[in-house]
Design a protein around this ligand. Structure first.
Ligand code: HPA
Ligand code: ZN
Length: 326
């Protein structure tokens, strides 16, 4: 249909994209073959990633990531991921990068990975017109000590390109406040802050992330819908939600897109944005997210403009970059 084709073709911005989780399965399979690593256990017969549930997904994610061993591997990953983003009409993306996977939390090694990623990203910006920025991410189920090392890497490399600090991983382990030290270090380094919350646990997780970590954005945040007072607080404080509808439906957080709270949150005055999370793992793309939302909620071009404006206002990049996109 013509209306949906126009929606699919809109320029898009994306704030919530796990870098290794955006790796096309064929790219990871190719690296495994080159390095003689047997990863057959993490693929289905059709070549897609195989996992049972969210916790198993996290371990398959870490297995796939294990073949990304050098800065050059990450440079190649950068090109592969940005080609996919550009194909989907994405013009600005922020991606989660973990020192745990890039040098194991060692600052000099981290600098080498970051340099390789930036060079490839700068080339993609020239060739494909897509702007990428990095958000250093600690991993909740790796614990607070590893998070401190990630925060130190973040503080040492904070600047125009590296503009945020966040937390991903298993929300059911530990508490947001266990990571306050790391978020304080990142804030003092001038980084924007975000944390995964309310994807698996209830509304209190979002309140804790705001109170204990001082985040301006929340990764997901969608289960806050169960508590009207929390939704109101998120709206009043101007917190932006990085909503990943396709991811939520694929992982069973909500049974279908029509049951997804993105439209109810928006109507309650919450600033919502749209992202893919880990697109090949969840069998989604930005084009698919946009067309599914247009079909399910009747969103038109003006609605998507609002979504993109929300994203750029909440983006952690500098104002010159923001203004160039807006
Ligand atoms: N959620 C939480 N942690 C993650 C994800 C995700 O989608 N991908 C990689 N780490
Ligand atoms: Zn995520």
């Amino acid at each position: 249909e013509e209306r949906l084709e126009q929606i699919a073709a809109l320029p898009k911005t994306e704030l919530h994209l796990h870098f290794e989780g955006a790796a096309p399965p064929g790219f990871i399979r190719g690296l495994a073959k080159e390095k003689h690593v047997d990863l057959s256990g993490i693929f289905n017969r059709d070549g897609s990633y195989a996992y049972r549930d969210f916790v198993h997904f996290l371990s398959v994610y870490e297995a796939a990531t294990s073949v990304l061993k050098t800065p050059d591997d990450y440079a190649r990953l950068t090109t592969a991921v940005l080609e996919e983003c550009a194909k989907n009409g994405v013009i600005y993306a922020e991606t989660f990068l973990s020192p745990d996977f890039c040098g194991g939390g060692d600052v000099p090694a981290w600098r080498e990975y970051l340099h390789a990623i930036r060079e490839a990203a700068d080339a993609a910006e020239r060739d494909m017109g897509i702007t990428l920025r990095g958000v250093v991410t600690c991993i909740r189920h790796f614990g607070p000590d590893k998070a401190k090392r990630a925060a130190l890497c973040a503080a040492e490399t904070a600047g125009d390109w590296l503009c945020g600090f966040g937390m991903a991983g298993d929300e059911n382990r530990g508490e947001q406040k266990d990571f306050a030290y790391s978020f304080d270090m990142a804030r003092e380094a001038g980084l924007g802050l975000t944390s995964h919350a309310c994807e698996w646990r209830g509304a209190s997780e979002a309140r804790n992330a705001i109170r204990d970590l001082g985040v301006s954005r929340i990764g997901h945040g969608v289960r806050a819908i169960a508590d009207p007072a929390t939704v109101e607080m998120i709206a009043e404080e101007g917190i932006t939600l990085e909503v990943c509808p396709g991811s939520n439906v694929f992982l069973g957080v909500f049974p279908s897109l029509k049951d997804h709270p993105i439209e109810r949150l928006r109507k309650a005055g919450v600033k919502v944005t749209v992202s893919t999370d880990d697109p090949p793992f969840f069998h989604t793309t930005m084009r698919k997210e946009y067309t599914d939302l247009a079909k399910t909620f009747g969103w038109d071009e003006a609605d998507f403009l609002e979504i993109n404006r929300n994203a750029m206002h909440a983006a952690f990049c500098d104002d010159a970059t923001r203004d160039a996109i807006l």
